[in-house]
Design a binder for this molecule. Sequence first.
Ligand code: ADP
Length: 526
Amino acid sequence: MRSPQDDRLEPESPGSGGITYVTRHNTADADAQLRLLIDNVRDYAILTLDLEGRVASWNAGAERIKGYRAEESLGQHFSRFYPAEDVARGKPQAELELVTREGRFEEEGWRLRKDGSRFWASVVITALRDEQGTLRGFGKVTRDFTERKLAQERLLQSEERFRLLIESIQDYAIYMLDPEGRVSTWNAGAERIKNYRAEEILGQYFGRFYPPEDVARGKPQRALQVAAEEGRFEEEAWRIRKDGSRFWASVVITALYDPQGTLRGFAKVTRDFTQHKQTQERRELEMLRDAVLARDEFLSVASHELKTPLTPLQLKLTSLLRVVENHPEATLPVGRLVRDLDVARRQVRKLADLIEDLLDVSRISMGQLRLDRTPMDLTALAREVVVRYTPQALQAGSTVNLEAPAPLPGNWDRVRMEQVLTNLLTNALKYGAGKPIRVHVRMDSGLALLTVQDEGIGIAPEHQPRVFDRFVRAVSERNYGGLGLGLFITQQIVEAHGGIVQVRSTLGQGSAFTVLLPSGLDAKLD
Ligand code: ADP
């Protein structure tokens, strides 16, 4: 139902061919308004053509877009807006014939401005019929879509460039799968790595790149499922080339969704890491072999070290036994017996220490190094240890100079800290015999610092990074003995306390080992 005021122009039967404009209650006012509207619209060229195709009306938009003023256009045939080649093909006329038949014609194409330049036009031509259905002329609405067209072309061009780039990449197989997993694009890298040419593989299910056992377990399908659900799937695994040979592939599958959230397919990037894997395996094998070698060498060193004190021990015990057997009780040479017993005791002690080190290393590798923190004074401990080692120092021809100006309180494991000190000091005595040794204990920036410095043989720069490793004995040319465990254990103890141990050394001039320890006063006592 239309209201009496309803005097708009409107199509009588939309979609059924030409549009018949009916004006009901036609008033001069409404007509004038409509004219004004059409005249002033600037974004659309709105014009009418008579039956022969001559311009009958022209609005501001037409002037703006095509460059002709109304008086230049009215009465002119509309074919002047078409490029010469279109005119030569009779395109303008054909369009009017089509509109006459079908009521409407729509297209996008190049059109000419007055100055001869082209613009990309979106054009709708409509047949104008009166109430009796008689064709009166044509309405033409044109928009200038040049900008949009250029943007589209730029996009296409960059897409084209991108496509060419991907197609020419050799090191990566980059290709797409449709949502069902069929190959839909193929690049040079894919051809190089998998050996299929594009025409052989396009449209094929990508499962053929998997080894049969993976296909049997549904791996290809699962990979796509993960990618679809999580956006991405990544793995390194064996894949199959065209000739059936295997290569070690690094694979990333990315799901491609359109803005509406519909799965459009998958992008696959595959690299051939076979070489990479082989190098890695070789390296792992070498490491394994090195570890086995290190262990064998350690076993030989350990058995040698453990055996060494046993020989003098056996000798001493045998000679002690002889002495006791051969002397009547009253005439036993007590002095000699005491000396020999002392030697024997020291050898036993050496053995016990070696075994203790071995036990420590096995505790550490099983993660069983426990600290028993108590409040203690590092300065007092250092003094104690230095005093205890005075006889060894004398024997080595070294003096140990202790610099420990003030008490250094902290919460540390006393037995373990003593072990650290004795390890460093015995090393200094061993590798710096005959030269002065300095033990320096002080507080610096809230850390307890302990330095043991000798002027001995020093450590070559290439050996320095490894002296804290297990079983490492940097000195090979001259045998100093030892299992190569002391510094490893030292470092583990220091680190368990939250500290670090460093070495500074110059070959032939001596070494300085420094332990930096947090006070541990805020650590929980257990
Ligand atoms: P060990 O002394 O039983 O061989 P360590 O773990 O205590 O084992 O030391 C590892 C290696 O570091 C030693 O074999 C030695 O080559 C080197 N080293 C340790 N302390 C010193 C030092 N003060 N001067 C020179 N070299 C040292």
